[in-house]
Design a protein around this ligand. Structure first.
Ligand code: WT7
Length: 646
């Protein structure tokens, strides 16, 4: 299958930073001489102490070690703010668009500098030092950006926790990295509804003895609980400190942030990113993949609670002196025309969102799109999951009016920045394909048992050499880092994704091949959902799998075996759904719950997930080998009572 091709337009190839010839030449240089290529590219940021060594990386499973620019020093916040002051102090850095359409705010680089310096001094006043961890549990408000940059300014390590996570999920993330300070808000506002962030944080903190200070942003003025001596209003603290805060000198390999993400086993792991290589990679990819030009208005709709928000709302764009839009709301509030209205309101040139949003808005009908202008748009982007060609075509023809290329960007929390994507002036598009690797990225396909696949074929996606934005470790657990990413296929980084490569060398991501599911672009470990369920007193056993969902990409399907004597009722289904919501957060809410008297297991007691996946997909014509099942009878019962009948 080759499918449709959309060639690069003449206008794009002549105006973009990178055209096809340049892409080929630079890609070739970047992989044959990574030291030379990345040594040159690093000049895009300001170093305090120049590095002498570019790359020092090893994927050897006995000694995984990843270092870039290791003897250089810099300050990430100064690169994102201070160095722009002279030339663009009065330029808008952040356009904040509130949940309500009449609420917005523009923050210039000079104002950003003032806020971040004050915030950094507030952190210092409350005892935060270089290397300390600060947990940020905020809605999408400018203070989230100030908080992250304030940490970067003093060398503290931020851990942003998405505001949709439950008190328990927040608590385990605070405990894992041992934060002494938490930054939150009274309440968040999304889609007209309030989210009780401070109340959640209070509940989480009952389990977090290490936390000494809670800084609270006033967003709604809602009533909140208060622990004197521990809790402080941010606004008052900001007034109490000076606006002068020189940036700390930070080694290139000092940590910038930790971001928790789900894996196939156990609790979420703290993905650790460092400073120099990360910033070089985030800014370079932002400039070339979005072809960011001075003065462009750039909007990525992600939340700063995810890596997309870190790299492509904050660090990449600000390092490039961009104007970046930060949106507090949701795609369908007050109407499903909100995105298109905001594009017109702020004259957005580049718009970067997720397939799940595109599918939902496509379902709302073309009229809502067509009644807006969108003439400012030049480029569209997609991220988070494979985009189905139907949604791609709609995005291209209806939203972009066939004028805007779509960059389908494949990457992960672990990769720090985009690894596979089109460059709009250089690479012809194929709907549904992330196309070709970015500079310095060497993808390869292997069979499940590790045999290399050359040319066209399908297999597991690995990356054979390091790039500067790569995660450096799992926080405080390097062994888990090595086991998760460098043990399956020694000598390579294993992505966890399946992938097809076509005759033109284009990459088509087929989805996760491990026990991670992707629900509306949010990554969920099936193990987390299972452990939440078995913590319920009526549940004996649970197994969670993904199944195809028309809007969310994947939905969450759980099989639950109840304790002896418990009746499987509709009320219990609701109770279990609410339970998981409360334990993990709304994004983990099961879509379908099947009560199963027994689960298919091998004689050694291992649950055969392959079978459960098939049944959840409503595709049980070929269940594969079931001869190793301990009790073959359970399968027919599961099929009979499946929840996803066509
Ligand atoms: C997983 C990583 C990258 C930031 C958002 C998600 C899937 C991501 C694409 C894409 C197909 C994609 C992969 C990947 N994914 N982008 N353009 N095409 N799949 O970050 O939460 O770490 O999830 O998202 O399966 O492994 P994440």
């Amino acid at each position: 299958m080759t499918g449709k091709i959309y060639p690069v337009s003449e206008a794009w190839s002549s105006s973009a930073y990178i055209d096809e010839n340049k892409y080929r030449a630079l890609y070739e240089q970047s992989v044959s001489d990574p030291e030379g290529f990345w040594g040159e590219q690093a000049a895009r940021i300001d170093w305090i102490k120049p590095f002498t060594k570019v790359k020092n990386t090893s994927y050897d499973p006995h000694n995984v070690s990843i270092k870039w620019y290791e003897d250089g020093s810099l300050n990430v916040a100064a690169n994102c703010i201070d160095r722009h002051l002279e030339t663009r102090g009065d330029q808008v850095a952040i356009i904040w668009e509130g949940d309500e359409p009449n609420l917005d705010l523009k923050v210039t680089y000079r104002e950003l500098h003032d806020r971040v310096c004050r915030f950094a001094n507030v952190l210092k006043k409350h005892g935060v030092k270089k290397g300390d961890r600060v947990t940020i549990y905020l809605p999408m408000i400018p203070e989230a950006a100030y908080a992250m940059l304030a940490c970067a300014r003093i060398g503290a390590i931020h851990s942003v926790v998405f505001g949709g996570f439950s008190p328990d999920s927040l608590a385990s993330r605070i405990v894992d990295c041992d934060s002494s300070v938490v930054i939150t808000a009274d309440e968040g506002v999304r889609g007209g509804r309030k989210v009780p962030l401070k109340a959640n944080a209070d509940k989480a903190l009952e389990k977090c003895p290490s936390v000494e200070r809670v800084l609270v942003v006033k967003r709604t003025n809602g009533t909140v609980g208060w622990t004197p001596g521990r809790d402080y209003w941010l606004a008052e603290e900001m007034e109490s400190v000076s606006a002068d805060c020189p940036p700390e000198e930070i080694n290139a390999e000092d940590p910038l942030f930790i971001l928790y993400t789900s894996g196939s086993t156990g609790q979420p792991k703290g993905v650790l990113h460092t400073s120099g290589g990360y910033l070089v990679y985030a800014s370079l990819t932002h400039q070339y993949i979005f072809d960011y030009k001075d003065g462009d208005i750039y909007w990525c709709t992600a939340d700063v609670g995810w890596v997309t928000g870190h790299s492509y709302i904050l660090y990449g764009p600000l390092a490039n002196g961009a104007t970046t839009v930060m949106f507090e709301g949701v795609p369908n509030y007050p109407t499903a025309a909100r995105f298109w209205d905001v594009i017109d309101k702020h004259q957005v040139n580049t718009f970067y969102t997720a397939p799940t949003a595109i599918r939902a808005l496509m379902g709302a009908g073309d009229e809502l799109v067509k009644k807006t202008s969108r003439k400012s748009l030049k480029l569209l982007g997609s991220v988070g999951e494979p985009i189905n060609p139907e949604a791609w075509e709609w995005y291209y023809h209806v939203v972009g009016e066939e004028r805007c290329p779509i960059v389908d960007t494949w990457w992960q929390t672990e990769t720090g920045g985009i690894l596979i994507s089109a460059l709009p002036g250089a690479i012809a598009l194929k709907p549904g394909s992330a196309t070709l690797p970015f500079f310095g990225v060497k993808p390869a396909l292997v069979t499940p048992d590790g045999q290399p696949i050359e040319g066209a074929g399908e297999g597991n996606l690995v990356i054979t050499d390091s790039w500067p934005g790569q995660m450096r470790s799992v926080y405080k657990d390097h062994t888990r880092f090595v086991q998760t990413y460098f043990s399956a296929y020694p000598g390579t980084y294993f992505t966890g994704d399946g992938c097809r490569r076509d005759e033109d060398g284009y990459y088509w991501i087929t989805g996760r091949v491990d026990d991670v599911i992707n629900v509306a672009g949010h990554r969920m470990g099936t193990a987390e959902v299972e452990s939440a369920l078995v913590a319920h007193s009526k549940v004996a056993e649970a197994a969670c799998v993904g199944y195809p969902h028309s809007l969310k990409g994947q939905g969450i399907y759980v099989y639950v075996t109840l304790m002896e004597g418990i009746e499987p009722t509709e009320a219990l289904r609701t109770e279990l759904r609410n339970w998981v919501r409360q334990e993990i957060g709304p994004i983990a809410t099961p879509d379908l719950i099947q009560f199963a008297p027994g689960l298919p297991k091998t004689r050694s007691g291992k649950i055969m997930r392959r079978i459960l996946r098939k049944i959840a997909e409503d595709d049980f014509s070929n269940l594969g080998d079931t001869s190793t099942l301990a009790e073959p009878g359970v399968v027919s019962d599961l099929i009979e009572n499946r929840m996803n009948k066509a």
